[in-house]
Design a protein around this ligand. Structure first.
Ligand SMILES: Nc1ncnc2c1ncn2[C@@H]1O[C@H](COP(=O)(O)OP(=O)(O)OP(=O)(O)O)[C@@H](O)[C@H]1O
Ligand SMILES: [Mg+2]
Length: 309
C-alpha cells in the first residue's frame, strides 16, 4: 500500500482509481473471472540498473490468466523494463515477480517460465535467429525440447495462423515490417506459451500491417490467451479489459478501461474526445466507443430518441 499512499500524495483523482483497483486487485475481464488464476504477481517489485538508476518502484499488482491488459505510459516510464521482468529476462533488484506462482529469481524456474511467457519486441528483425522463416519459427519449440515431428506440426500451424505459409522459405531479414512482425508472432505461437507480451509492436508498421497484427492479437484473445500489450497509442486502450499506467517507474492507474476513460486525466482517442464533446453539448451518448461504426450507432440512437420526443 506504500505505492498508493505516495500516489495519493502526488496526484488527484487518478490515485482513487489506483487505490480502488489495488485494494480489490480482482480480475476485471470475463475470461479472467472464470479462472481467477493469477498469471503474474509483482510484489513490491523495484528495479535499478547497475549505474544506480531506479527504473521501477515498489510495483504491486496481479494479472490474471485470460486477461487482456494494456500497459501505457510516457517514453522512459519503465514499460519495456517491466516487460522484460515478465519472463525473467530482467530480475527485480528488490521485491519479486511470480509467474504462475514461480519466482523469476530462482534459477530452477527459468525454463518453466519460458514455456509460459513469450515476448514480441518492437523491432522484429533483432529477434531473428534462423536463415529461413520456418527455421526461425522452429527455434523456440526446439529449445523447449519437443520432438522433430511435434516441432514441424507446431511450425506449420503457427505459420498458417499468421498467414505466412507461403513465405516460410524466405530469409527473415528480407521480410517487410508487417511480415516480420507476423513471423515473430508465429515464433511465439509455436512455443504454445500461455502468456504473450507485445512491446509496442505496431510502432514501426503502416496502417495495413498494424491492422493485420492487431487482428492476430484479437484471435489470441478469442483463444483466451493472457495478453499484455504495451502501447502509448491512445486508440489502443479501447480494446483492453484493463489498463495499467506507469509513470516514472510507478503505477499511477490500474483499473478498468471505463474508469480510465472517465478519469479525464490521460490522452484519449479522437473518437472518445468527440463523444465527450457531444456530451458537453447535452447529447446523451456514451464515450466508450471503439470504432467509427460504434460512434455512428451511438449518435444515430440518440438522434432517433430525440426525433421521437
Ligand atoms: N541498460 C540501461 N542502463 C541504465 N538505464 C537504462 C538502461 N536501459 C534503459 N534504461 C532507462 O530506463 C528507463 C526506462 O526505460 P524503458 O525502456 O523501460 O521505458 P519505456 O517506458 O519502455 O519507454 P518507451 O516508451 O520509449 O519505449 C529510461 O529512462 C531508460 O533510459
Ligand atoms: Mg519501451
Amino acid at each position: 500500500m506504500k505505492l498508493i499512499e505516495s500516489v495519493n500524495e502526488n496526484s488527484g483523482p487518478m490515485s482513487e482509481n489506483a487505490e480502488s483497483m489495488n485494494e480489490n486487485s480482482e480480475p476485471v475481464s470475463e475470461n479472467a473471472e472464470q479462472t481467477k488464476e493469477i498469471a503474474f504477481e509483482a510484489v513490491n517489485l523495484s528495479f535499478q540498473y547497475p549505474d544506480g538508476t531506479v527504473i521501477l518502484k515498489n510495483i504491486d499488482l496481479k494479472i490474471y490468466k485470460g486477461e487482456f491488459t494494456i500497459i501505457a505510459g510516457p517514453n522512459g516510464s519503465g514499460k519495456s523494463t517491466f516487460a522484460l521482468h515478465l519472463n525473467g529476462l530482467l530480475k527485480p533488484t528488490s521485491g519479486k515477480l511470480l509467474v504462475f506462482g514461480k519466482d523469476t529469481k530462482k534459477h530452477k524456474n527459468v525454463s518453466a517460465i519460458h514455456k509460459e511467457v513469450g515476448i514480441v519486441f518492437q523491432n522484429p528483425y533483432t529477434q531473428f535467429v534462423g536463415n529461413t522463416v520456418s527455421e526461425d519459427v522452429a527455434f523456440g519449440p526446439e529449445n523447449l525440447g519437443f520432438s522433430r515431428g511435434e516441432i514441424k506440426t507446431r511450425v506449420d500451424a503457427a505459420l498458417s495462423a499468421v498467414r505466412m505459409t507461403d513465405l516460410s522459405a524466405k530469409d527473415p531479414s528480407s521480410l517487410s515490417g508487417g511480415e516480420a512482425q507476423a513471423a515473430a508472432i508465429a515464433g511465439i505461437l509455436a512455443m504454445g506459451t500461455e502468456c504473450i507480451v507485445f512491446d509496442e509492436i505496431t510502432s514501426m508498421l503502416d496502417h495495413n500491417a498494424t491492422g493485420r497484427v492487431l487482428n492476430l492479437i484479437q484471435e489470441l484473445r478469442e483463444r483466451k490467451k493472457t495478453v499484455i500489450y504495451i502501447s502509448h497509442e491512445p486508440k489502443d486502450i479501447l480494446s483492453a479489459d484493463r489498463i495499467i499506467v506507469l509513470d516514472k517507474g510507478s503505477v499511477t492507474f490500474d483499473g478498468k478501461t471505463e474508469c480510465y476513460l472517465k478519469s479525464g486525466i490521460y490522452p484519449l482517442p479522437d473518437l472518445v474526445q468527440l463523444m465527450k464533446l457531444l456530451q458537453e453539448t447535452g447529447a446523451d451518448v456514451s464515450e466508450a466507443v471503439a470504432s467509427p461504426q460504434e460512434a455512428a450507432d451511438e449518435i444515430r440512437k440518440w438522434m432517433d430518441k430525440n426525433s421521437q420526443k
